[in-house]
Design a protein around this ligand. Structure first.
Ligand code: PSU
Ligand code: MN
Length: 301
């Protein structure tokens, strides 16, 4: 396809049926400060390689969808100014204007599907925001799960979101949600959310089998896998909730809207936790990378 460039290493792995894991870039350009963003993106790729899969970080550079980036391109994205946050609706613009863009979960799912990559690892997905009944703020990430056949491994929903409503929404869209190794849907920084998982699996091969069954049925749409942050890195839910209330109040006071809300809240929470949220964020992404690589391996066999 025009506009799509797959890195040779990734292309070769896909052609040979070897495991490949896609990674997003909004977390690099808008989710973490420099230099931790670049350092983390490179370490996530390293973990995926250590687990025997090929990493493919996705971004848009000069209007071209790149699947698989070089370390120099990752550094560029982590430092460049004016990198657009690209979800589904932004894709036509960023390509026609030959801009640089960092892909969200929705944008990365689109690119992964175009390239034929089945598994994608991230930190957290977007979801139904608190108060969405009034604001209609529901991330396009959730809509993408309805149509695009990619399995996304994350650490659950941040509690800046309405977690029960997000789960309801995914159920309505027909999206299987697997909780990996836990009974409760994790809340990103915290292992617990108070929302019980409908489906728990403890072995990545079980998850791969379920994805295969879904494909055999030719069902469209994605699968969501939630992995709790490692115990030693978590910030307890009750503690986190206080910071989140404060961040939400600031967000409303400052009149932040639309696609700027999520990056704003992330950066506020980082300040309020004096950087602890960033450390937890980094650790959980690395943990997700290991799980995602194992699922990709299970699928490649
Ligand atoms: N959650 C995080 N870090 C992030 C994001 C979410 O902890 O970087 C990013 C992801 O790229 C996700 C996007 O797809 O924010 C969702 O943005 P919005 O809520 O505007 O749809
Ligand atoms: Mn939104």
């Amino acid at each position: 396809m025009d506009h799509l460039r797959i890195k040779p290493e990734v292309k070769e792995a896909l052609e040979q049926g070897r495991p490949v894991v896609a990674l997003e870039s909004t977390i690099i350009a808008h989710g973490m400060p420099y230099p931790r963003n670049v350092e983390t993106a490179l370490n996530v790729e390293k973990v995926i390689r250590e687990h025997g899969a090929v990493p493919a970080t996705v971004a848009i550079i000069g209007g071209e969808i790149r699947v698989g980036l070089t370390p120099e391109e990752i550094e560029y994205l982590g430092t460049a100014k004016g990198v657009l946050k690209v979800s589904r609706r932004d894709m036509p613009l960023v390509i026609s204007k030959k801009m640089d863009g960092a892909t969200t979960v929705a944008g990365t799912m689109m690119a992964a599907a175009m390239a034929g990559i089945k598994v994608f690892v991230t930190g957290g997905i977007g979801g139904v925001h608190r108060g969405a009944g009034e604001s209609f703020d529901i991330s396009a990430d959730l809509e993408e799960f309805k149509t695009t056949n990619v399995t996304v491994v994350c650490a659950g929903c941040k509690s800046i979101l309405d977690i029960p409503a997000t789960m309801e929404y995914l159920e309505t869209k027909g999206v299987p949600v697997v909780c990996y190794g836990a009974d409760e849907i994790p809340a990103f920084y915290s292992r617990r959310s108070g929302v019980m998982a409908e489906l728990r699996m403890d072995d990545p091969r079980e998850i791969a089998d379920m994805i295969r069954a879904k494909d055999a049925l030719e069902l469209p749409g994605g699968v969501l896998v939630t992995c709790p942050v490692p115990e030693e890195d978590e910030i307890p839910f009750e503690e986190m909730d206080g910071y989140i209330q404060e961040a939400l109040a600031d967000c409303a006071r400052d009149g932040v809207t639309g696609k700027r809300i999520t990056p704003y809240l992330l950066s506020k929470v980082k300040d309020l936790t004096e950087g602890r949220s960033l450390e937890a964020n980094i650790k959980l992404v690395l943990n997700n990378a290991a799980v995602g690589a194992e699922i990709a391996k299970g699928l490649a066999k």
